[in-house]
Design a protein around this ligand. Structure first.
Ligand SMILES: *Cc1c(COP(=O)(O)O)cnc(C)c1O
Length: 354
C-alpha cells in the first residue's frame, strides 16, 4: 500500500523544550487509515493534524469500541531517532483489537507508516535531556449506528506529541495509595488490553489517591481483593530479600513492554526474578520483618519509577529508606541508556527510524 501524503505549509510554532507538559502539544501531521468490511484497511494517509469528522452516532462514542498504544521516539546523540521494541506495540495493539473485536492491522506496515510520519515531523522530536516524542496509535469504531454490536468500519490513527523529561531533576520516589474499594480490571474482562474504557474506569481511584496526597493508585485483584495487580498505568516490582518479584500476568494485568524488558535486564544482570501472585498482606509482612528492600513501577511514560511509601487503610509504610534503591537506579540508567542509544543494546531492542 502506498502512503498518500498531504503536507501542510502552515507549520505550528513549537513549544519550548523546557516546558513540555505530557500530551498537550501535537505535531503538524498525523497518520490516518480507514477500514470497511468490503475493502479492509485502505487509504493510508499522512495529513495535517486536525479534528476528525465523526457522525454523533459513531459507535466509538456510545459503546467505547476503541484501543490504543503508547510508545516513544528518542533522539540519540548525533541526531539518530530511536524507537524501543516498536513491533511489540503493534503486536499488542492487535492483541487488544482481538479482544475488542477490532480487525487487525498489518504490523510491519504500521511500523513503516509510523516511521514515515516521524520523518515528516522530525523537527518535533525534542533533544533536551529526558525529552521524547510520545506516540499514540489508536483505533476507533466509526460505523454510524446506535446499538450494541460489532462496528463494520474503523479508523486507525497515529498522533505525535513532544513531551518533557518525566524526572527533570533525577529520579524521585512516589507515594502510592492501595485501593480497596474500586478495581481496575477483572479476569475474563479486558484488563490485558489497552482498551479506552479501562482508563475511564480508573479515574475514580486515581482521584481518591490524589485527594489523599498520593501520586498513584495500587490496584488489587477484583475477586479476592488481596493480590497486587498494577500501580496506576504501570506494572510493579518488589525487591524482597534480594529476590525481585512481580505479579504474574493473570489476564487482568496489562503485559507491559517495559515490564518484559525489566525482567530480561534484571535476569541478565544475574538477579532472580519471579513472576507470581503477591498479596498486600505479604507485602506488609515484608515491610514489618525488614525484607522489603525496593519497589518500583515500570511503563513507557516514566520508564522506571521508584516507590517510597504506601498507604494501606490506616497504615502508612515506607519502602527501604524512602530513597531510591540501587537496583531501581541501575534499571532506570540501563533501560533509558539503551532507549537513548547511550548503552549497548545487547537484545536487539532498538529500532532506528530512517
Ligand atoms: C500501558 C500500560 C502499562 C505499561 O506498558 P508499557 O508497554 O510498559 O508502556 C501498564 N499498565 C497499564 C494499565 C497500561 O495501560
Amino acid at each position: 500500500m502506498q502512503i498518500q501524503k498531504i503536507i501542510t505549509t502552515t507549520l505550528k510554532t513549537k513549544p519550548a523544550e523546557t516546558s513540555l507538559p505530557f500530551g498537550k502539544y501535537f505535531t503538524d501531521h498525523m497518520f490516518v487509515m480507514t477500514y470497511t468490511k468490503d475493502k479492509g484497511w485502505f487509504n493510508p494517509t499522512i495529513k495535517p493534524h486536525e479534528p476528525l469528522q465523526l457522525d454523533p452516532s459513531a459507535m466509538v462514542l456510545h459503546q467505547g469500541q476503541a484501543i490504543f498504544e503508547g510508545m516513544k521516539c528518542y533522539r540519540a546523540e548525533g541526531g539518530r531517532l530511536l524507537l524501543f521494541r516498536p513491533e511489540r506495540n503493534f503486536a499488542r495493539l492487535n492483541a487488544s483489537g482481538e479482544r475488542m473485536n477490532i480487525p487487525p492491522i498489518d504490523e510491519a506496515f504500521a511500523l513503516k507508516a509510523l516511521s514515515e510520519l516521524i520523518k515528516t515531523d522530525t523537527a518535533w522530536v525534542p533533544s533536551a535531556p529526558g525529552t521524547t516524542l510520545y506516540i499514540r496509535p489508536f483505533i476507533i469504531a466509526t460505523e454510524e449506528a446506535i446499538g450494541v454490536r460489532v462496528s463494520s468500519s474503523y479508523q486507525f490513527i497515529i498522533i505525535l506529541s513532544p513531551v518533557g523529561a518525566y524526572y527533570a531533576e533525577g529520579l524521585s520516589p512516589t507515594k502510592i495509595y492501595i485501593e480497596e474499594e474500586y478495581v481496575r480490571a477483572v479476569r475474563g474482562g479486558v484488563g490485558f488490553a489497552k482498551a479506552a474504557g479501562n482508563y475511564a474506569a480508573s479515574l475514580k481511584g486515581q482521584q481518591k489517591a490524589a485527594a489523599k496526597g498520593y501520586t498513584q493508585t495500587m490496584w488489587l485483584d477484583a475477586i479476592e481483593r488481596k493480590y497486587i495487580e498494577e500501580v496506576g498505568t504501570s506494572n510493579v516490582f518488589f525487591k524482597i530479600a534480594g529476590e525481585i518479584i512481580t505479579p504474574a500476568l493473570s489476564g487482568s494485568i496489562l503485559p507491559g513492554i517495559t515490564r518484559d524488558s525489566a525482567i530480561q535486564l534484571l535476569r541478565h544482570k544475574g538477579l532472580t526474578v519471579t513472576e507470581r501472585a503477591i498479596s498486600v498482606d505479604e507485602l506488609y509482612a515484608t515491610h514489618q520483618n525488614g525484607t522489603l528492600e525496593e519497589t518500583f513501577a515500570t511503563g513507557t511514560a516514566a520508564a522506571v519509577s521508584p516507590i517510597g511509601e504506601f498507604m494501606w487503610g490506616e497504615k502508612i509504610f515506607a519502602v527501604g529508606n524512602d530513597g531510591i534503591g540501587e537496583t531501581t537506579q541501575w534499571l532506570y540508567d540501563t533501560l533509558t541508556g539503551i532507549q537513548y542509544g547511550r548503552v549497548k543494546d545487547e537484545f536487539g531492542w532498538v529500532h532506528e527510524v530512517k
